[in-house]
Design a protein around this ligand. Sequence first.
Ligand SMILES: *Cc1c(COP(=O)(O)O)cnc(C)c1O
Length: 443
Amino acid sequence: MSAAPGTAAVPLFVSTRGNTPAVTIDTALVAGLAPDGGLYVPAQLPQRQWDIDALATASLAEVGAQVLTPFFAGSRLQDALGAICAHAYQPPAPLRPLRDEGDHLLELFHGPTAAFKDFAARFLAEALSRLRAPGAPPTTIVVATSGDTGAAVASAFHRRPGFSVAILYPDGRVSPRQAHGLECWGDNVQAFRVAGTFDDCQRLAKQALADDAFRREVPLGSANSISLGRLLPQVAYYAQAACRFASTHGQPLNFIIPTGNLGNAAAAHVARLMGLPVGAIHLATNANDVLARYFHGEAYAPQPTRATLANAMDVGAPSNFERLHHWHPDDADLRARFAATSVDDATIREVIRHAPERHGVVPCPHTATGLHVLERLRAAGDTRPWAVVATAHPAKFEGIVEPLVGHAVELPPALAESLAHPASALELAVDYNALQSALRAMH
Ligand SMILES: *Cc1c(COP(=O)(O)O)cnc(C)c1O
């Protein structure tokens, strides 16, 4: 159901848990998590007869503005949406044909930190800056990261007036280049090397964000993947790729998406529900196989996180599952809308080793899970057109990739520039009092 044409209904956003009033998009963006612990979702997904040929020739920023406009009707950001999109979608998202007919790579790693998270982090930072009340006390964005989120959020908020960023990451569990990418910012960004796991980092961050008394003392904000402001902006690159493909080939494009918290894949699904020409969605996960088990018919059973080569996908309890289940409460119905395959580390290595010869590309370990799914589908006789989503640049994972392909992988210029800055981080124990002191000291 959507408002009748011509009425200026303000779109509302509800919690997946249903125990809190519906809010406007501005409130949902600032809040991050809903007060009842749920995730915000649009009360209605806008469906349109999209002009596919027009979207196919538009820039990514124009596509972003068009597909996001229905969500921002009546928002304080409505008139700024074009400018926000021009900022967020500066990096392109090219759809590159691979060696074999019908195989494509959707390259989402051309942003400043060389992973897809740059798009939504830049959108969110620009949106939150514009929603800030003038003269409000500075906000500290607290972000727990297993690698890529922290860098994208740091880059997006770096030197933004009114914001600082505290990054919590697990010491010794990210690649050396990922660590440098978290520690190289300076100014209003502080990295904390936590003596624990990613789950410890996340628990600490959540504890701070749930501590109202502390938040009155030190205003905190969140930019993690459950925020609506991280989900919706990702619809744009699926819309553009699918429309470009549909406009020339007259059929939807199918996507294989390397998946952890299910944020990127949830955005592809939103694009599909909005009537854009997105076909099948196949989730590729690493050895954390909770989604593969569920979509093969087992009960949904979150597990402790396992460390793998594709570390940004090391998730045992994908948070955006709650959104999918909200949209499709019936398990059989939900299972009919996705496929999922778990890929182990040995296979990831094998795919990286043969990808240059077989596909003409050097993949990062995350993208390799997607390429493996493509190879399995082709081996089983699948002839549909597929785009594997390339979620990060291989140069971020040089320690894994270079020995397998036997040569150095050239750094993209933006990454080379940030790696040239000196790195610095503070040590932090897995201790909430220690985190509070650290955040007070930053404030
Ligand atoms: C975050 C990330 C993923 C997983 O994305 P989700 O939205 O959490 O499913 C995959 N690959 C890379 C490189 C990432 O940084």
